[in-house]
Write a protein that binds this ligand. Structure first.
Ligand SMILES: [Zn+2]
Length: 219
């Protein structure tokens, strides 16, 4: 399901609140197009994907990572100052701009780079393969994003883990993965789970497996 046509702002961050991001997505007419999409079926950016590749599965710790793939110019970050931070805050402090010391909104392009502007924060990276970087919170371990030196013709991108997007955005149905990438590299039962849904799995309301839930009709 593609993004809504209207402009929208999407926020998210890591589980401890040290890393927050915001993606200001313009209205459809102002979005750049994916350079590899066929002209007759243009794909505006950002786009939302499920990813079956081996590297991203392991790097995110998710069997089927989902990405919000955005031109990096649309994104900004708010980072807690690491030298002044102590324990991870509780969940109540996670929403909005980083609440601890530091935290001014900064263009993501200045931070998600091998030589970032300032390093007194918890957003760290490692180069998982040549000119490809995984970004994570070094305080709580949340996988945040992926960047790469892009091929000619592509805008610089920030691929954000959809699991780190604030729940309030996910609940709106505005952010629903619209396609599968790296299908040829997938694992059969994960591909089946991702395309056929629940199958016959029993469903439990929480961790108590003595309780079961009637199979829902979800929109
Ligand atoms: Zn964190």
């Amino acid at each position: 399901m593609p993004l809504p046509d209207e402009a929208l702002s999407v926020e998210g961050g890591c589980n401890c609140g040290a890393v927050r991001y915001r993606v200001a997505i313009p209205a459809l007419a102002e979005r750049p197009l994916h350079p590899l999409a066929p002209a007759e079926t243009p794909v505006p950016l950002p786009f939302l994907v499920l990813d079956h590749c081996n590297d991203c599965r392991r790097a995110t710790g998710s069997l089927l990572p989902a990405w919000l793939c955005a031109p990096i110019e649309m994104a900004s970050v708010s980072l807690v100052q690491a030298s002044s931070a102590t324990l991870a805050p509780k969940a109540a402090a996670r929403e909005g701009q980083a609440k601890e010391l530091g935290g001014a909104w900064t263009p993501a392009a200045d931070i998600f780079t091998p030589a970032p502007t300032g390093t007194d924060h918890f957003l760290k990276n490692y180069e998982s393969s040549h000119e490809r970087w995984r970004w994570f919170c070094a305080r709580c371990g949340t996988s945040i994003a992926y960047t790469a030196v892009m091929p000619a013709g592509f805008p610089n991108m920030l691929d954000i883990t959809m699991g780190s997007v604030d729940r309030r955005h996910l609940e709106t149905n505005a952010l629903v993965p619209e396609r599968h990438l790296w299908w040829d590299y997938g694992i059969d039962w994960i591909r089946r789970l991702a395309t056929e849904g629940y199958g016959a799995l029993p469903i439990h309301p929480d961790y108590r497996i003595a309780d079961t839930v009637k199979r829902p009709n979800l929109s």
